[in-house]
Design a protein around this ligand. Structure first.
Ligand SMILES: [Zn+2]
Length: 339
């Protein structure tokens, strides 16, 4: 037996390191948790269609519906009760043409939806997706040349027009998603010229050409009639290029940034957070990511609640302040019940 002397405590090592001490009870775990989830972190996407009394389920996204403008009052009420403070609007127009002219119509579907939501719930943050793909008959994100290539600078003019029309309808935030070079600068200039200085731009600064948008194309009815979006959306293999895209958008006046999709790109979320700490960062937990969880849960292969909360925590831990997610309502309800 060794004899104990008080000075030994200064001389010897404290023994094996035991990180499990802080995991012993639920209260201890709560106390040292690094990342939290709050319904106020979520943005809920809404797909708005023309007509009245429409609520049409999207088969590849169970639990998500296309809704008409009249249904938005109850959507706003439900989200407020759940503590979700923001929506992102996508519109499906009554008619499409080569120039996507309904995208900037004063009585267009997103413009009408924005007014309805702001009337019903002035505190709700209304964000609008700004792109042409849901409005063009060819399904591409901009005007095309004769070879089917998305024209850049010609498209900017339309994007600016769309953003101004959304802002005039009352949108708090416009979110250009087309990965057209110069889109943030063109939109900022147009908003300011109209005196819409208070409207923020959340740029889809880093949007990859991803297979995980599949179910969204059913939801937004925006599948390209031919070709794909690889000439403007980013190559999934590139991460350094993402930082270049973000730097350009910051320079052009973006107020907040987005990385899309989320799950396959958490390294990019983390890199953007580290390099551009001064701007809020959103990540889009996309339709394919949602559909995978829903399909697995429907087969009892996954515990949906646990999996969703883990995914959302992971996206936040990687560095996202906001998560755009179709799970927003369910997750908010689960978090409320935990309290
Ligand atoms: Zn688009």
């Amino acid at each position: 037996m060794t004899s104990f002397h008080p000075l030994d405590t200064l001389r010897t090592s404290p023994g094996p390191k035991r990180p499990r001490r802080l995991r012993r009870t639920a209260a201890l775990r709560d106390l040292v948790r690094e990342t939290t989830l709050d319904p106020a972190d979520f943005v809920y996407p809404l797909f708005v269609v023309p007509g009245d009394g429409v609520r049409k389920p999207i088969s590849s996204m169970p639990g998500v519906d296309q809704v008409s403008v009249d249904a938005l009052t109850s959507e706003a009420r439900e989200l407020a009760a759940l503590g979700v403070k923001a929506v992102l609007l996508f519109g499906i127009p009554a008619a499409k043409d080569a120039h996507g002219s309904e995208s900037y119509a004063d009585d267009g579907v997103v413009q009408s939806a924005t007014r309805a939501l702001k009337d019903a719930s002035p505190d709700l943050v209304v964000m609008t997706d700004v792109c042409m793909c849901e409005y063009t008959d060819h399904g591409h994100c901009g005007l095309l040349d004769e070879t089917g290539y998305v024209l850049n600078d010609e498209t900017l003019e339309t994007l600016a027009r769309i953003a101004v029309s959304h802002a005039e309808a009352g949108a708090d935030v416009v979110a250009p998603s087309g990965m057209i070079d110069g889109m943030v600068g063109a939109i900022r200039t147009a908003l300011d010229a109209e005196g819409l200085h208070g409207v923020a731009i959340l740029s889809y600064a880093v949007k990859y050409a991803s297979a995980f948008y599949g179910p969204f194309r059913e939801a937004a009815e925006g599948t390209p009639a031919f070709g794909d979006r690889r000439s403007h959306q980013m190559d999934p293999a590139n991460a350094r290029e993402a930082l270049r895209e973000v730097a350009l958008d910051v320079d052009e006046g973006a107020d907040a940034l987005m990385v899309k999709p989320a799950l396959g790109y958490l390294d990019v979320v983390s890199a953007v957070r580290e390099r551009f700490p001064e701007l809020p960062l959103a990540a889009y937990n996309v339709s394919g990511e949602y559909a995978m969880v829903k399909a697995a849960a429907a087969n009892d292969w996954l515990d949906e609640r646990a999996a969703v909360l883990e995914i959302l925590t992971g996206i936040r831990r990687a560095g996202a302040d906001l998560v755009v997610t179709y799970h927003a309502k369910d997750a908010a309800a689960w978090l409320q019940n935990e309290r």
